[in-house]
Design a protein. Structure first.
Length: 381
């Protein structure tokens, strides 16, 4: 089952790591491996969300999402999008950006380094909004209860995450942006650039979130209409309307999944700039990670075990928050890429082992009393 589901991912991993060695030696091998691990770590919640929705769809629409969808995810978001970011930030055409990446790597590196403040501000704000919206949402299951419980209460205030994100952006523009790091070790004032890029990142998040909510609402409306049509069909003996509505609901669900997948892809793509500016290593690492996300989605659907490790989603979002802060800090200060990559790995590992301990505790409680305390079931560390 594992080999059948993850076979293509294993093959792509081997080919990708071999290509990394030929491209840049063992240093490139390490960077690509860290990027792949980071993408898998940050996208685990993506796989969980995808699987939760995908299991409700017919076999036909599951196949569409796992074929057409993966092409969009791997080639669109992980390969094309980084080129677009560099092209926009450095004010050049995408063809020129690709040409520089392959034929003039020194010039490309210089342009990317000089454009890093805008990239970091855009990505940092997008990631920060993902983290803040998660941490301010009230949840039945809490990992770090002493942090998440009070923040969930504060989250009842409308637009709190947007306000905090804007405050963080203002602080960044008045601190790290004043002496932004540039190529050759120089420092220049990038306050206006950071503010503009940060606001653009915030707007992008709000648009993606709005589209996701729109499609989600359409799905709920279609499901409600489908249920009503089925009830009517039982009374009249006609089944055709229910089938048509089911197809419409599945189509909107597919669109919703694509928007969700794109929104989750942003964190991995943007976070990759905190580890490397090399577009080839970025494409290899994120491509490997994206394949595992697809395989993991299929595995979760087939096994039906989405709730086994309940804190992994929390760990992934804490990693997103950490990356957001790191990106903003790197506007002025250089941070070792190994440290940046390991932050996410450590948080994911911590949340995984916390989930394992929780499962063991619940199993022991059920075996001892048969009625574990509800508060303990819902709480974490």
């Amino acid at each position: 089952m594992v080999l059948k589901t993850f076979g293509w991912s294993f093959a792509i991993t081997v080919l990708g790591l071999i290509a990394a060695v030929f491209y840049g030696g063992w240093t490139a091998f390490g960077v690509v491996a860290i990027l792949a691990i980071m993408e898998i770590s940050l996208s685990f919640d993506n796989a969980v969300v995808n699987a939760g929705i995908l299991k409700k769809m017919s076999a036909f629409w599951q196949k569409i999402f796992l074929t057409v969808g993966v092409l969009i995810a791997v080639f669109g978001m992980r390969l094309v999008f980084p080129v677009v970011i560099v092209a926009i930030s450095a004010k050049m055409g995408p063809v020129e950006a690709v040409d520089l990446a392959f034929n003039q790597p020194d010039r490309y590196q210089q342009l990317v380094t000089d454009a890093h403040p805008s990239i970091a501000a855009f990505g940092g704000m997008f990631l920060m909004m993902i983290f803040l919206d998660f941490i301010f949402e009230e949840r039945d299951i809490q990992w770090l209860r002493w942090i998440e419980r009070p923040l969930a209460k504060l989250g009842k205030v409308d637009m709190l995450s947007v306000c905090i994100a804007l405050i963080i952006l203002l602080v960044a523009s008045m601190t790290v942006a004043v002496n932004a790091h540039q190529h050759g070790g120089a420092h220049v004032d990038k306050q206006a650039t950071v503010l503009l890029a940060g606001v653009a990142g915030l707007i992008t998040y709000l648009i993606v979130g709005g589209l996701s909510s729109f499609f989600e609402n359409r799905i709920e409306e279609e499901e409600e209409r489908e249920h009503e049509a089925e009830e009517e069909a039982k009374r009249t003996g006609k089944q055709k309307p229910a089938v048509v509505l089911a197809g419409q609901a599945a189509f909107f669900m597919f669109l919703y999944l694509e928007v969700l997948d794109a929104s989750f892809s942003f964190d991995g793509v943007i976070g990759a700039f905190a580890i490397t500016n090399d577009i080839v290593m970025m494409a290899l690492g994120l491509g490997i990670g994206a394949m595992y996300v697809r395989s993991l989605t299929v595995y979760l659907v087939r096994q039906g075990t989405l709730d086994d490790y309940v804190y992994l989603e929390h760990g992934a979002h804490y990693a997103i928050g950490a990356l957001a802060v790191i990106l903003l800090v790197t506007i002025q200060y250089e941070i070792n890429e190994i440290i940046t990559g390991l932050v996410g790995v450590v948080l994911i590992a911590w949340s995984f082992f916390s989930s394992v301990r929780r499962n063991k505790r619940l199993a022991a409680e059920e075996g001892g009393s048969g009625s574990p305390d509800k508060a303990e079931v819902a709480s974490g560390v």
